[in-house]
Design a binder for this molecule. Sequence first.
Ligand code: ADP
Ligand code: MG
Length: 502
Amino acid sequence: MDYEAVIGIECHVELKTRTKMFCDSLNDPDEKHPNVNVCPICLGHPGTLPTINKAAVEKVILVGLALHAEIPEYSQFDRKNYFYPDLPKGYQISQYEHPLVKGGYLEFKSADGAVRHIRITRVHLEEDTGRLMHQGSPSTSSGRPTSLVDFNRAGIPLMELVTEPDVRSAEEARRFGEELQLIIRYTGASDADMEKGQMRVEANVSIRPKGSKELGTKVELKNINSFRFVEKAVLYEIARQTKLLEEGGKVIQETRGWDSVREVTFSQRIKEGATDYRYFPEPDLPPLLVDQKWLASIRAKLTELPWQKRVRFASEYGLDDATSEVFIREPKLAEFFEEVVSELEEWIASMGDRVIKSKAIKLASNYITSDLQKLRNETGALVDEMNITAENFAELMALVYENKISSAAAKQVLGEMFKTGGDPAQIIETKNLTQESGESALQNTVLELIDAHKDIAEQVRSGKNPNAIQALIGAGMKKTQGKANPAVLRRLFEENLNLKRI
Ligand code: ADP
Ligand code: MG
């Protein structure tokens, strides 16, 4: 029998706000010293009262708007009651029946190019828990296992997003997560770094016979800290469930973790009916009313979103999907590219017919996404930390476009600009890198090389091995320290060896 996978995603995101969700303790996920960003409110002392963090509410609404969702006027906080040592109050303030955001959808392109449409069920706001650290018995003086708790994270605003079971494959689960992360970053709601636990993805996975409308029993996958592992864990789980059913077994509803070393999922706990959290409206907080005026002011803060940028980059710059995606994933780099283009536009205008605009833009986007990215990867430099200015970068592109320097020399200049922030014209001057396209300047070099490499030259001349001309051109580039224009070199070799231009 053929089975299909049915997957629903739940995602938690720590919001980037100055203070915590219900008090003015700092929201600093990088704080290493335990229990410094705490106060009686987030420590759950009796008699204290929470206050709603407006910035956190606005960030969740922004994400909701970016997901084409409805923002109900009435929303409410509820108590979710349970006991755990990382939860000082004995309950978590969350939202149950009246979340901040309802409905909406997220679209992305899957590997086969099809547009996938995933419906969002809801997005709500809650608070994070503290962090437990367990120490094994041998390391403690009493010889008993000990657990430590750090409440710096307790009360940090946490956004929870839930989707309908619309995802159909492991690859789609990963793509959904990646696209959601982009949207969250674009809205400024969070840096949503998976490795840092700022974004946590849970996948609910079930399978059913193809064509069936009923849902199978689902398994909830937790503890996945990268998108690659989301894909691997779901893939593993689909295979495990398929095998189980094929062997006449049954999937049991449970929570499974991901073991990234053995690359398997493993049972963590069996779900026996719904846990009773005894949700009830938080008596210490009034209902949250989002009126039209407030909503409009939040909507006004929405900037360009990933899919809008994709459409604009394709139409404005004619970039192919893969190149465009490099910019979509790193808006700061996109900003740099657009600055370079606007610098180039002045030069293009001054050059009239001698420059094809789309070709110049393509040249710049290629140099940024390949050579510049390579330099950045080697040094780990953020876009903001680069010494290179858009103006100088554009100047270099103009020089390459006009064939004033070879591409080998351009790489050298770029490396130097990246290091020192210098001006390309100056670097070329000091390093004597101007391209020798002038035939007379290269003619002697070519004759010398034919003389020095008689064997190779003969192989080319006789037509025995025409490709050997590459070796001659290479020798010419070496001799001129990369300054020669390879196309001119080729022509000169061909002429001097009495060959027609190929
Ligand atoms: P729970 O009560 O266990 O939290 P929910 O109904 O709230 O379950 O759903 C949680 C998530 O699991 C949602 O993303 C939902 O789309 C998804 N989901 C629910 N049932 C299934 C199923 N049978 N197979 C796959 N995903 C499911
Ligand atoms: Mg649920």
